[in-house]
Design a protein around this ligand. Structure first.
Ligand SMILES: [Zn+2]
Ligand SMILES: [Zn+2]
Length: 264
């Protein structure tokens, strides 16, 4: 199973591509301009029409920029788009975009969606958005989960993702850097609260409980540009995971740049 991050951050936007050899790719989130998505796909040797579907995690702009245009990305390239009812309620209330009905699909907590030879499991996550979802893409050779923008990891999610081969997982901030950032209290409360974002420490503790001998790679995602660093995130998470006795590769998804991760 291959994964590519086109960009991963709240300031630069989020979009991830996942695919298996001889199957069409899926896109998780489209929080970049259409131009940047198209050029990222081109660097992977793909065109937008190759995508079998787009899965949207939630309505925050760093995840949906290309949805919030008069002619959104899925409409322009005729790609089916999957999101929660809460997301679609928000979309049709606040956006003046048009997407043809036959391209719009609703996913529920615990639902399995069969698409292009994959089964995509949707699960609710705690975040300050309308029915925000995480996704686990099950292919024939492996599974990859996309879990970012959540304030804590409920046991239900840890159980679902136990032993997943590839985990794209949020490690948003270093708590000390966040507290010393000079940001206003309401923002700190939001980021560090139960409906905000995971710190390196929180990500590490949760990953420690989820890794097994089948876990191949952890890709730390949605790192804060101001309040985290790749070295810090990798060091904290690796130290926690070592306590589990397993040693999957731990790497990061950089903000604003493409990074491709081959199958292991
Ligand atoms: Zn985000
Ligand atoms: Zn968010």
């Amino acid at each position: 199973m291959h994964i590519a991050s086109l960009s991963s951050s709240s300031t630069c936007g989020n979009a991830y591509v996942v695919w298996e050899n001889s199957k069409r790719p899926l896109l998780i989130d489209c929080g970049l301009s259409i131009t940047r998505i198209v050029s990222g796909l081109k660097d992977l040797g793909m065109v937008p029409q190759d995508l079998a579907g787009i899965f949207i995690t939630h309505e925050h702009s760093d995840h949906v920029r290309a949805m919030c245009l008069k002619t959104p990305f899925p409409q322009k390239f005729r790609i089916p788009v999957y999101a929660s009812q809460g997301f679609w309620d928000w979309y049709y209330t606040f956006q003046r975009s048009h997407i043809d009905d036959e391209l719009v699909y609703c996913v529920k907590d615990g639902q399995d969606t069969r698409i292009a030879g994959y089964t995509v499991q949707s699960f609710l996550k705690p975040h300050d958005a309308r029915e925000p979802m995480g996704f686990k893409v099950n292919g024939s050779s492996a599974s990859a989960a996309f879990v970012m923008d959540l304030g804590y990891v409920p046991p239900k999610i840890e159980n679902l993702l136990m032993g997943t081969e590839y985990l794209v997982f949020e490690a948003n901030h270093d708590v000390t850097m966040e507290l010393n950032s000079g940001r206003p209290k309401f923002l700190l409360d939001r980021i560090m609260g139960t409906y905000g974002h995971l710190s390196n420490e929180e990500a590490g503790k949760s990953l420690q409980r989820m890794v097994t001998e089948t876990t191949k790679r952890i890709i730390l995602a949605h790192l804060s540009v101001d309040c985290n660093s790749p070295d810090k995130a990798i060091a904290v998470v690796t130290e926690k995971i070592e306590e589990s006795g397993f040693a999957p590769e731990v790497t990061v998804a950089p903000p604003g740049a493409l990074r491709q991760y081959g199958a292991k």
